[in-house]
Design a protein around this ligand. Sequence first.
Ligand code: 3HC
Length: 281
Amino acid sequence: MIRKVLVIGGGTMGRGIAQTAAAAECEVLLCEINSALAGKAVSTIATSLQRAAEKGKFDAARIPAVLARIRVTDRLAEGTESDLAIEAIIENLPAKQALFKDLAQRLSPQTLLASNTSSLRIADIFSDVQGPGRVLGIHFFNPVPAMPLVELVRGPATSDATLADGREWVERLGKTAVLVADTPGFIVNRLLIPYLNEAALALQEGIASAEDIDTAMRLGAGHPMGPLALADLIGLDVVVEILETRARVSGNPHLGPCRLLKEKVARGELGRKTGHGFYKS
Ligand code: 3HC
Protein backbone atom coordinates (compact mmCIF):
# COMPACT_ATOMS: atom_id res chain seq x y z
CA MET A 1 0.00 0.00 0.00
CA ILE A 2 1.28 3.48 -0.88
CA ARG A 3 1.82 5.54 2.29
CA LYS A 4 5.07 7.47 1.65
CA VAL A 5 5.02 9.64 -1.43
CA LEU A 6 7.85 11.58 -3.02
CA VAL A 7 6.51 14.43 -5.17
CA ILE A 8 9.09 15.98 -7.48
CA GLY A 9 8.22 19.51 -8.61
CA GLY A 10 6.46 22.12 -6.46
CA GLY A 11 4.56 23.95 -9.20
CA THR A 12 0.78 24.06 -9.46
CA MET A 13 0.35 20.32 -10.08
CA GLY A 14 3.04 19.10 -7.70
CA ARG A 15 1.65 21.25 -4.89
CA GLY A 16 -1.86 20.00 -5.55
CA ILE A 17 -0.73 16.37 -5.53
CA ALA A 18 1.26 16.89 -2.31
CA GLN A 19 -1.69 18.62 -0.61
CA THR A 20 -4.19 15.96 -1.71
CA ALA A 21 -1.95 13.06 -0.68
CA ALA A 22 -1.24 14.62 2.75
CA ALA A 23 -4.97 15.24 3.25
CA ALA A 24 -5.43 11.48 2.64
CA GLU A 25 -2.98 10.62 5.46
CA CYS A 26 0.09 9.98 3.26
CA GLU A 27 3.55 11.12 4.37
CA VAL A 28 4.73 13.47 1.63
CA LEU A 29 8.22 14.59 0.71
CA LEU A 30 8.01 17.48 -1.76
CA CYS A 31 11.22 18.01 -3.71
CA GLU A 32 12.07 21.28 -5.49
CA ILE A 33 15.28 22.40 -7.14
CA ASN A 34 16.19 24.74 -4.28
CA SER A 35 15.09 25.28 -0.69
CA ALA A 36 13.54 28.71 -1.40
CA LEU A 37 11.17 27.20 -3.98
CA ALA A 38 10.43 24.23 -1.71
CA GLY A 39 9.50 26.56 1.17
CA LYS A 40 7.34 28.70 -1.12
CA ALA A 41 5.46 25.58 -2.27
CA VAL A 42 4.44 24.74 1.29
CA SER A 43 3.35 28.27 2.16
CA THR A 44 1.20 28.26 -1.01
CA ILE A 45 -0.36 24.95 0.09
CA ALA A 46 -1.10 26.44 3.52
CA THR A 47 -2.83 29.44 1.92
CA SER A 48 -4.83 27.18 -0.42
CA LEU A 49 -6.01 25.01 2.51
CA GLN A 50 -6.98 28.13 4.44
CA ARG A 51 -9.03 29.39 1.47
CA ALA A 52 -10.69 25.98 1.10
CA ALA A 53 -11.57 26.05 4.82
CA GLU A 54 -13.03 29.56 4.51
CA LYS A 55 -15.26 28.28 1.69
CA GLY A 56 -16.38 25.33 3.84
CA LYS A 57 -14.60 22.80 1.55
CA PHE A 58 -12.05 21.65 4.10
CA ASP A 59 -12.09 21.22 7.88
CA ALA A 60 -9.87 23.99 9.29
CA ALA A 61 -9.04 21.85 12.34
CA ARG A 62 -7.25 19.35 10.06
CA ILE A 63 -4.91 21.90 8.44
CA PRO A 64 -2.01 21.66 10.96
CA ALA A 65 -1.91 17.84 10.67
CA VAL A 66 -2.01 17.97 6.87
CA LEU A 67 0.84 20.48 6.75
CA ALA A 68 2.82 18.42 9.28
CA ARG A 69 2.70 15.46 6.88
CA ILE A 70 4.43 17.49 4.13
CA ARG A 71 8.21 17.75 4.36
CA VAL A 72 10.16 19.71 1.77
CA THR A 73 13.63 19.13 0.42
CA ASP A 74 15.90 20.12 -2.44
CA ARG A 75 17.68 16.73 -2.26
CA LEU A 76 16.16 13.75 -4.07
CA ALA A 77 18.38 11.45 -1.99
CA GLU A 78 16.07 12.05 1.00
CA GLY A 79 13.27 10.20 -0.78
CA THR A 80 14.78 6.73 -0.75
CA GLU A 81 12.12 5.34 1.62
CA SER A 82 9.18 6.28 -0.63
CA ASP A 83 6.51 3.81 -1.79
CA LEU A 84 5.74 6.05 -4.77
CA ALA A 85 7.71 8.75 -6.58
CA ILE A 86 5.56 10.97 -8.80
CA GLU A 87 6.95 13.81 -10.88
CA ALA A 88 5.27 17.03 -11.97
CA ILE A 89 8.30 18.84 -13.39
CA ILE A 90 8.52 20.72 -16.69
CA GLU A 91 6.91 19.05 -19.69
CA ASN A 92 10.21 18.19 -21.33
CA LEU A 93 11.05 14.63 -22.38
CA PRO A 94 14.84 14.65 -21.79
CA ALA A 95 14.33 16.26 -18.35
CA LYS A 96 11.82 13.61 -17.31
CA GLN A 97 13.93 10.77 -18.73
CA ALA A 98 17.02 11.99 -16.85
CA LEU A 99 15.03 12.37 -13.62
CA PHE A 100 13.68 8.81 -13.73
CA LYS A 101 16.99 7.28 -14.73
CA ASP A 102 18.46 8.90 -11.63
CA LEU A 103 15.49 8.00 -9.39
CA ALA A 104 15.44 4.35 -10.51
CA GLN A 105 19.01 4.01 -9.28
CA ARG A 106 18.49 5.83 -5.97
CA LEU A 107 15.16 4.35 -4.89
CA SER A 108 14.30 0.83 -3.80
CA PRO A 109 13.29 -1.50 -6.70
CA GLN A 110 9.86 -1.69 -4.98
CA THR A 111 9.18 2.05 -5.28
CA LEU A 112 6.57 2.80 -7.94
CA LEU A 113 7.62 5.47 -10.44
CA ALA A 114 4.89 7.70 -11.86
CA SER A 115 4.68 10.66 -14.19
CA ASN A 116 1.95 13.30 -14.13
CA THR A 117 2.75 14.19 -17.74
CA SER A 118 -0.02 15.96 -19.63
CA SER A 119 1.14 15.20 -23.17
CA LEU A 120 4.17 12.89 -23.36
CA ARG A 121 4.04 9.12 -23.78
CA ILE A 122 4.76 6.98 -20.70
CA ALA A 123 6.73 4.55 -22.93
CA ASP A 124 9.06 7.41 -23.95
CA ILE A 125 9.51 8.88 -20.47
CA PHE A 126 10.50 5.52 -18.95
CA SER A 127 12.28 4.10 -22.01
CA ASP A 128 15.61 3.71 -20.19
CA VAL A 129 14.53 2.93 -16.62
CA GLN A 130 15.44 -0.14 -14.56
CA GLY A 131 12.37 -2.15 -13.51
CA PRO A 132 9.81 -1.12 -16.17
CA GLY A 133 7.11 -3.17 -14.40
CA ARG A 134 6.83 -0.50 -11.67
CA VAL A 135 6.19 2.55 -13.89
CA LEU A 136 2.90 4.20 -14.79
CA GLY A 137 1.21 7.46 -15.69
CA ILE A 138 -0.92 9.06 -12.97
CA HIS A 139 -2.41 12.21 -14.50
CA PHE A 140 -4.20 14.67 -12.19
CA PHE A 141 -6.28 17.70 -13.16
CA ASN A 142 -6.00 21.32 -12.10
CA PRO A 143 -6.97 22.32 -9.42
CA VAL A 144 -5.94 18.94 -8.05
CA PRO A 145 -7.76 19.10 -4.67
CA ALA A 146 -11.03 19.96 -6.42
CA MET A 147 -10.96 17.79 -9.55
CA PRO A 148 -12.22 14.25 -8.97
CA LEU A 149 -10.64 12.53 -12.01
CA VAL A 150 -7.26 10.86 -12.48
CA GLU A 151 -6.11 9.15 -15.67
CA LEU A 152 -4.05 5.98 -15.19
CA VAL A 153 -1.76 4.97 -18.02
CA ARG A 154 0.21 1.74 -18.42
CA GLY A 155 3.65 1.68 -19.98
CA PRO A 156 4.58 -1.25 -22.24
CA ALA A 157 5.74 -3.40 -19.27
CA THR A 158 3.67 -2.03 -16.36
CA SER A 159 2.67 -4.93 -14.11
CA ASP A 160 -0.88 -5.65 -12.98
CA ALA A 161 0.29 -5.16 -9.37
CA THR A 162 1.62 -1.66 -10.17
CA LEU A 163 -1.63 -0.66 -11.82
CA ALA A 164 -3.66 -2.07 -8.91
CA ASP A 165 -1.50 -0.20 -6.34
CA GLY A 166 -1.78 3.02 -8.35
CA ARG A 167 -5.55 2.68 -8.62
CA GLU A 168 -5.93 1.90 -4.90
CA TRP A 169 -3.89 5.02 -4.00
CA VAL A 170 -5.86 7.27 -6.35
CA GLU A 171 -9.14 6.00 -4.88
CA ARG A 172 -7.84 6.58 -1.34
CA LEU A 173 -7.25 10.21 -2.38
CA GLY A 174 -10.99 10.37 -3.13
CA LYS A 175 -10.54 10.41 -6.91
CA THR A 176 -12.10 8.33 -9.67
CA ALA A 177 -9.59 6.62 -11.99
CA VAL A 178 -10.00 5.90 -15.68
CA LEU A 179 -7.57 3.71 -17.60
CA VAL A 180 -6.37 5.31 -20.84
CA ALA A 181 -4.05 4.12 -23.60
CA ASP A 182 -0.55 5.60 -23.79
CA THR A 183 -1.21 8.27 -26.41
CA PRO A 184 -0.24 11.96 -26.22
CA GLY A 185 -2.84 13.91 -24.21
CA PHE A 186 -4.55 10.67 -23.09
CA ILE A 187 -8.32 11.33 -23.22
CA VAL A 188 -9.15 14.56 -21.36
CA ASN A 189 -6.44 16.73 -22.88
CA ARG A 190 -6.98 15.19 -26.31
CA LEU A 191 -10.56 16.49 -26.25
CA LEU A 192 -10.20 19.56 -24.04
CA ILE A 193 -7.07 21.29 -25.33
CA PRO A 194 -8.16 21.55 -29.02
CA TYR A 195 -11.36 23.16 -27.70
CA LEU A 196 -9.30 25.76 -25.82
CA ASN A 197 -7.27 26.37 -28.99
CA GLU A 198 -10.49 26.86 -30.98
CA ALA A 199 -11.70 29.39 -28.39
CA ALA A 200 -8.42 31.32 -28.72
CA LEU A 201 -8.77 31.17 -32.51
CA ALA A 202 -12.31 32.56 -32.23
CA LEU A 203 -10.93 35.47 -30.20
CA GLN A 204 -8.06 35.94 -32.70
CA GLU A 205 -10.59 36.11 -35.55
CA GLY A 206 -12.71 38.69 -33.69
CA ILE A 207 -15.77 36.45 -33.48
CA ALA A 208 -16.52 37.61 -29.93
CA SER A 209 -14.78 39.18 -26.93
CA ALA A 210 -12.99 36.93 -24.41
CA GLU A 211 -15.75 37.60 -21.88
CA ASP A 212 -18.50 36.72 -24.36
CA ILE A 213 -16.75 33.52 -25.53
CA ASP A 214 -16.50 32.39 -21.91
CA THR A 215 -20.06 33.40 -21.07
CA ALA A 216 -21.28 31.55 -24.16
CA MET A 217 -19.72 28.27 -23.07
CA ARG A 218 -20.69 28.63 -19.41
CA LEU A 219 -24.33 29.44 -20.11
CA GLY A 220 -24.73 27.74 -23.48
CA ALA A 221 -22.95 24.49 -22.72
CA GLY A 222 -23.09 24.32 -18.92
CA HIS A 223 -19.33 24.38 -18.39
CA PRO A 224 -18.17 25.51 -14.92
CA MET A 225 -15.82 28.05 -16.50
CA GLY A 226 -15.26 29.39 -20.01
CA PRO A 227 -12.41 28.08 -22.22
CA LEU A 228 -10.25 31.21 -22.05
CA ALA A 229 -10.50 31.44 -18.26
CA LEU A 230 -9.68 27.72 -18.13
CA ALA A 231 -6.65 28.20 -20.40
CA ASP A 232 -5.47 30.90 -17.97
CA LEU A 233 -5.93 28.46 -15.08
CA ILE A 234 -4.01 25.64 -16.80
CA GLY A 235 -1.27 27.99 -18.08
CA LEU A 236 -1.00 29.09 -21.71
CA ASP A 237 2.52 27.63 -21.94
CA VAL A 238 1.14 24.22 -20.92
CA VAL A 239 -1.70 24.52 -23.45
CA VAL A 240 0.76 25.42 -26.24
CA GLU A 241 3.10 22.58 -25.27
CA ILE A 242 0.29 20.01 -25.40
CA LEU A 243 -0.92 21.29 -28.78
CA GLU A 244 2.59 21.25 -30.24
CA THR A 245 3.19 17.70 -29.04
CA ARG A 246 -0.09 16.54 -30.56
CA ALA A 247 0.70 18.27 -33.88
CA ARG A 248 4.20 16.77 -33.96
CA VAL A 249 3.19 13.22 -33.04
CA SER A 250 0.17 13.14 -35.37
CA GLY A 251 2.08 14.78 -38.22
CA ASN A 252 -0.89 17.17 -38.60
CA PRO A 253 0.22 20.83 -38.23
CA HIS A 254 -3.45 21.93 -38.10
CA LEU A 255 -3.60 20.49 -34.58
CA GLY A 256 -0.96 23.01 -33.41
CA PRO A 257 -1.58 26.20 -31.39
CA CYS A 258 -3.17 29.28 -33.02
CA ARG A 259 -1.12 32.44 -33.51
CA LEU A 260 -2.68 34.31 -30.57
CA LEU A 261 -1.74 31.57 -28.09
CA LYS A 262 1.84 31.47 -29.35
CA GLU A 263 2.13 35.27 -29.20
CA LYS A 264 0.87 35.38 -25.62
CA VAL A 265 3.36 32.74 -24.52
CA ALA A 266 6.19 34.57 -26.30
CA ARG A 267 5.23 37.74 -24.37
CA GLY A 268 5.24 35.82 -21.06
CA GLU A 269 1.47 36.16 -20.68
CA LEU A 270 1.02 32.65 -19.30
CA GLY A 271 -2.26 33.04 -17.41
CA ARG A 272 -2.86 33.08 -13.66
CA LYS A 273 0.71 32.13 -12.80
CA THR A 274 2.03 35.39 -14.29
CA GLY A 275 -1.08 37.44 -13.47
CA HIS A 276 -1.84 37.98 -17.17
CA GLY A 277 -3.19 35.70 -19.89
CA PHE A 278 -6.51 36.25 -21.61
CA TYR A 279 -7.45 38.04 -18.39
CA LYS A 280 -5.53 40.01 -15.78
CA SER A 281 -5.70 38.37 -12.34
N1 3HC B 1 -9.82 20.24 -0.24
C1 3HC B 1 -8.90 21.20 -0.37
N2 3HC B 1 -8.99 22.20 -1.26
C2 3HC B 1 -10.09 22.24 -2.02
C3 3HC B 1 -11.09 21.25 -1.94
C4 3HC B 1 -10.92 20.23 -0.99
N3 3HC B 1 -11.83 19.26 -0.83
N4 3HC B 1 -12.04 21.55 -2.85
C5 3HC B 1 -11.65 22.66 -3.47
N5 3HC B 1 -10.48 23.09 -2.98
C6 3HC B 1 -9.75 24.28 -3.36
C7 3HC B 1 -9.29 24.26 -4.76
O1 3HC B 1 -8.07 23.59 -4.90
C8 3HC B 1 -9.14 25.76 -5.00
O2 3HC B 1 -7.98 26.23 -4.32
P1 3HC B 1 -7.33 27.69 -4.58
O3 3HC B 1 -8.18 28.68 -3.86
O4 3HC B 1 -5.96 27.60 -4.02
O5 3HC B 1 -7.38 27.93 -6.07
C9 3HC B 1 -10.32 26.32 -4.37
O6 3HC B 1 -10.62 25.42 -3.31
C10 3HC B 1 -11.44 26.52 -5.37
O7 3HC B 1 -12.14 25.37 -5.49
P2 3HC B 1 -13.69 25.51 -5.37
O8 3HC B 1 -14.19 24.12 -5.63
O9 3HC B 1 -14.10 26.15 -4.12
O10 3HC B 1 -14.05 26.55 -6.50
P3 3HC B 1 -15.26 26.65 -7.43
O11 3HC B 1 -16.48 25.97 -6.88
O12 3HC B 1 -15.33 28.08 -7.74
O13 3HC B 1 -14.81 25.84 -8.74
C11 3HC B 1 -13.22 25.07 -10.33
C12 3HC B 1 -13.56 26.17 -9.35
C13 3HC B 1 -13.03 23.74 -9.59
C14 3HC B 1 -11.89 25.50 -10.97
C15 3HC B 1 -14.36 24.92 -11.41
O14 3HC B 1 -14.59 26.16 -12.02
C16 3HC B 1 -14.01 23.90 -12.47
O15 3HC B 1 -14.25 22.71 -12.32
N6 3HC B 1 -13.41 24.38 -13.60
C17 3HC B 1 -12.93 23.50 -14.65
C18 3HC B 1 -11.54 23.02 -14.27
C19 3HC B 1 -10.99 22.05 -15.28
O16 3HC B 1 -11.53 21.78 -16.34
N7 3HC B 1 -9.80 21.50 -14.96
C20 3HC B 1 -9.10 20.59 -15.83
C21 3HC B 1 -8.04 21.33 -16.56
S1 3HC B 1 -7.10 20.28 -17.64
C22 3HC B 1 -5.83 19.74 -16.68
O17 3HC B 1 -5.65 20.13 -15.57
C23 3HC B 1 -4.92 18.73 -17.30
C24 3HC B 1 -3.52 19.26 -17.36
O18 3HC B 1 -2.70 18.22 -17.90
C25 3HC B 1 -3.38 20.50 -18.24
